[in-house]
Each structure stands twice: as C-alpha cells, then as structure tokens.
Design a protein around this ligand. Structure first.
Ligand code: GLA
Length: 380
C-alpha cells in the first residue's frame, strides 16, 4: 500500500492503524446541503488512504504522496496551512469528542490520495473521513460512521474554514456499494437508494479553489436571502424549507442576485426529492431530464458553472445522453453523464470530439461504479 510505504520511508517504523474513504459524485441536489435541503450522492471507486502511528506528545507529523514533504505541527496551535490543516482539524475535533484526544498524545500520519483535487469530487472529505477513522483506530476509541462524518465535517467547516454542507463527509462515511444516498441535510436523515444507471464522469481539468471564495460567497448570499424572507415567514430556518408553491412571493420579496440564488435552491430541492423517487422506481429517463434541468439552474441562477462544463453537457445532450450536469461545487471540475449502454460509445465520442475542437485536448472520461464508504485497511 502506497501510504504504508511512505510512512515507513519517512518515519522508519511501521504504522499502527489504516483506513480509506472515497470521493463522491453528487447525482442531483447542488448547493442545497448548507441550505437544509436534500442531496443525492454516490461514492466513487477512487479513495484516499490514511495510515497513522504514535508520536511524542504534542507533535503531529504529516506527509502525503502528493508532495512527500514532511509537515510538523503543534496540534494545539489552531491553524495549520495547506492540506495539513485538514488533518490538524480532525485531530482537534477528536480531542474535543469526549476525551478521545487524551489518548492521542501525538501522531504521525501518511496520506495517499487517488481522488483528483479540485475536480468537484470531494477529495477533502475523503481525506478528513479517512483521517478520522485512522486516528480513532490509533486511539482505540472507535467511532460510528455518523460520528466520523461529524468529526470530518467540523474539521473542514470550523477549522479549515470552508463553509461546506454535510454532504461530502456523510456519503464518504455511509456509502453502500451500488447505492445512492438521499440525505436530508436539515435532519441528516439518510436513505439508501439502489442505483442501476450507467454513469460517466468527464473531468474538464478546470480546477477551483474552494476555501478561497465562491462557495463561501454563495453561502452568504443564501443567508442574506433567508434573513429577508423571515419578514414573510418568521420561522424560516433554511432556504430550502421555503414552500415551492410560493415562488412568486419569494421573487417579489428578494432583489437580485438573492432572488436567482433562492429560486435555484427551492427548485433544486423539489427536483432532488422527485429525482430520488424516480431513481427508486428505476425511471432513469425521467431522472435524466431532471439532471439537465439542474445543470441549467446551476448555470443561469446559481452561476456556478463554467464554459467547459456547459460544453460537455451540450455535447452529451446532442449525442443522446439521458442526462448530464456539473457535479460538486462547480466553477470547474467534472460533469456526470447518465447514458444507456447502447449509446455509450457514441456519446463518449461526441463529448471527446466537441471538447477537442474547442480546447485542443481530450478530457478523461471514466465509468462510475457506486462504491462503499469509509473502511479499516490493513497496515501492510
Ligand atoms: C461542495 C461542498 C458541499 C456542497 C457542494 C455543492 O462540494 O463541500 O458541501 O455544498 O459543494 O452542492
């Protein structure tokens, strides 16, 4: 295992605990999680593996196959820089979770990640979820998958400062092979739904930097919209809870761009719940139409798309895909494409050709198989 080999090469001893967690694609329900709405992700086959061993008290040492550079942190010092901040955040949250930290005097951590970074596939949640599991194993203080998701979410949200919702950590912790997970984010209620569709993932290669800005800005806009809508509905807690039948009233109450953002969130919430019903009944054609609608809404109303993403969606549609949309935060990253097997070759060729004509290169296209969530790994 790459992470174990790196650990041995760096620290000269064997690790004591190991865990891995997957990236994800979100089928539908974009920018709804931090608005208290539903999401419908599946876990990917690509995973991040974290191995860990003890270190002297008060020392956290982290190394990754991405740069092989050793970072030494004082875990009491709140803010670490770069990707090591995610590991330090998990450390803090474990320490806060019922004295577990006392048993974790110091730790060494090595990371090997196969989830592409910045591609909208939740590489950071794969890292935090796998780290939480590995450190909990090291401390001999087991956590349930839900507790792992909670620790990982707070690490990213409270420590790193990305104002994400709970989707990515929840799917990385709870995923079941061959299933999508409907998560109602206001209550964290989760329901497994069998997923039988054929799904392609097209990586545009356009990368975004989340913590830096766009997601946090959108979240502030949504909060501003809720504050104004409370004049109409005093007990409104979440934007996604606004009744879809009252869209006209919402539009009257909000100025742009809050109006466009809110219409996206309320519409996407309805689409996602309906989509989960369609998926459960195997109605893939109708489900696919919702994917196109969701992309349009992300593009026009939430303004989180990019020219490369729009081009892939349009090419997929022309070539006869059942549905296609950007997945994850947007502003770059990947497009998911729902296909019938008999049309797959034509659709793949159509997307490759259109992309190459516009940008002079072919995007990587992979088949998605809905995989399982966090798990213990052997330390060898
Ligand atoms: C990022 C966040 C998620 C979610 C998506 C948009 O991936 O980490 O919590 O908000 O964006 O749906």
């Amino acid at each position: 295992m790459k992470a174990s080999a790196l650990f041995r090469a760096t620290f000269g001893v064997a690790p004591r605990a190991a865990a891995s967690a997957p990236g994800r694609v979100n089928l539908i329900g974009e920018h709804t999680d931090y608005n208290g709405g539903p999401v419908l992700p599946v876990a990917l086959g690509v995973r991040t593996t974290v191995v860990a061993g003890p270190a002297e008290a008060g020392v956290l040492e982290v190394v990754s196959t991405r740069d092989a550079q050793l970072t030494r942190l004082d875990p009491r010092d709140h803010r670490a820089a770069g990707w090591a901040a995610y590991v330090a955040g998990v450390w803090h949250e474990l320490a806060a979770a019922g004295g577990r930290g006392e048993r974790l005097a110091g730790a060494r951590v090595a990371v090997a990640g196969d989830v592409p970074v910045g591609a909208g596939l939740a590489s950071s949640a794969a890292l935090t979820v796998a780290t939480a599991k590995a450190l909990a194993l090291l401390a001999r203080a087991p956590l349930t998958p839900r507790q792992i998701a909670g620790v990982a979410f707070r690490a990213e949200h409270d420590h790193v400062g990305v104002r994400c919702g709970i989707m990515d950590q929840t799917i990385a912790a709870l995923a079941k092979p061959s299933h999508a997970l409907l998560i109602e984010c206001a209550t964290a209620e989760a329901r497994q739904i069998p997923f039988r569709g054929r799904l392609l993932l097209v990586d545009t290669g356009v990368r975004h930097e989340l913590a830096a800005g766009a997601l946090n800005r959108r979240r502030s806009e949504c909060e501003a919209a809720v504050a104004r809508l409370r004049l109409e509905l005093p007990e409104l807690k979440w934007l996604a809870a606004w009744p879809v039948a009252w869209l006209a009233r919402l539009k009257r109450a909000l100025p742009e761009p809050l109006r466009a953002r809110a219409v996206h969130v309320v519409g996407e919430t309805a689409r996602t719940r309906f989509g989960a019903q369609l998926l459960a009944r195997g109605r893939l054609k109708q489900f696919g139409r919702l994917l196109y609608e969701s992309h349009e809404s992300c593009r026009r109303l939430y303004e989180c798309s990019a020219a490369e993403l729009d081009l892939v969606v349009a090419a997929a549609k022309r070539a006869g895909a059942l549905g296609a949309r950007l997945t994850g935060a947007g502003w770059g990253g990947a497009v998911l494409v729902l296909v019938e097997r008999k049309r797959e070759a034509r659709i793949t060729a159509g997307i490759r050709g259109a992309f190459a004509r516009a940008y002079g290169r072919e995007p990587p296209i992979t088949v998605v198989r809905a995989a399982g969530g966090v798990r213990r790994e052997s330390v060898r």
